[in-house]
Design a protein around this ligand. Structure first.
Ligand SMILES: C[S@@+](CC[C@H](N)C(=O)[O-])C[C@H]1O[C@@H](n2cnc3c(N)ncnc32)[C@H](O)[C@@H]1O
Length: 276
């Protein structure tokens, strides 16, 4: 109950009422396309006025707007830079598990900002982004050109069956809050991404199976079900025969979300390692 006491019982009651009242959504490909095509379109003007890549990676008036979040297990209302927090978690997993990687691809790359950040930190990496929505792909391409960063963006739908055999396109593939959009067919989607990576994959995703059995954890499970997010990730990961590492993050952009970092490494006996 500690996390609720810190945030205030008022916050919990308001949030619970909102979650319980909200209708249950059905998340199919059309719903994802509608949500993100419009969402990413609205960033065109931000890209136009961004004077530097730093401006673009942390947009004033967008990314710094105070909101409820969880930082180190404590709920607060602040302008927490969660994107930077997740990018650091990604980088730590990459350096730890795949130090020899020379090429990295993001699936569900959105606007491509994770990859631009990665290119600045590790310029020797060859980077590509694969994204469902044309608007995200185009803004990714424009931003890479505008800031002189060599990152490729291509339209791709990881929820569709592939024609013919799948060849690796990178050493390491990752997803960040993209598989969350796949409530059904997670085994196929994960396998299509995993097969494209020579060494393995990293996933920063809300996996409800790992949510804590606390009031907020329970509310998070209900909310996640209402918005029709990802389910079945742990079983899908095990089925790939990978060496599975799992870690729970202490901070989140949404107090009802408890994101996990999963690392799936190839070429070893399959078993779950747990906290890394
Ligand atoms: C919450 S956004 C995250 C974007 C990016 N990974 C980030 O961290 O900023 C989810 C992204 O996944 C993409 N996505 C969802 N389903 C997809 C699919 N089947 N194939 C490719 N991309 C998909 C969406 O279009 C959206 O851009």
């Amino acid at each position: 109950m500690g996390e609720v006491q810190t945030a205030g019982v008022g916050y919990f009651v308001r949030t619970a009422a909102r979650v319980l009242r909200r209708p249950r959504l059905r998340r199919d490909l059309g719903a994802v396309l509608d949500e993100y095509s419009a969402g990413w379109e609205s960033y065109r003007r931000h890209l136009e006025v961004a004077a530097s890549v730093d401006d673009w990676l942390f947009l004033r008036g967008v990314d710094d707007v105070p909101r409820y979040c969880r930082r180190d297990g404590v709920i607060e209302h602040s302008g927490f830079n969660s994107a930077r927090f997740y990018r650091e978690a990604l980088l730590a997993a990459m350096v730890r598990h795949f130090p020899a990687a020379t090429s990295v691809a993001e699936f569900g790359s959105g606007l491509g900002r994770n990859l631009l950040h990665l290119k600045r930190v590790l310029p020797e990496l060859s980077l590509s982004g694969f994204e469902l929505c044309e608007a995200g792909v185009e803004i990714g391409q424009r931003s890479a050109a505008k800031f002189g960063l060599d990152v490729a963006f291509t339209q791709f739908d990881f929820s569709q069956e592939s024609k013919g055999p799948i060849e690796p396109v990178c050493d390491v593939a990752f997803t960040m809050f993209a598989l969350e959009q796949v409530p059904r067919g997670i085994s196929g989607a994960l396998s299509r991404i995993y097969q494209r990576a020579r060494l393995g994959t990293i996933h920063i995703e809300p996996v409800t199976e790992n949510y804590p059995w606390t009031p907020l954890g329970l509310l998070g499970r209900i909310d996640h079900w209402k918005v029709d997010y990802l389910s079945g990730f742990p079983m899908a990961a095990l089925q790939l025969g990978a060496h599975v590492h799992h870690q729970q993050l202490a901070s989140s952009h949404n107090p009802l979300m408890f994101p996990s970092v999963y690392v799936l490494e190839r070429g070893q006996v399959p078993h779950v390692v747990g906290e890394t």
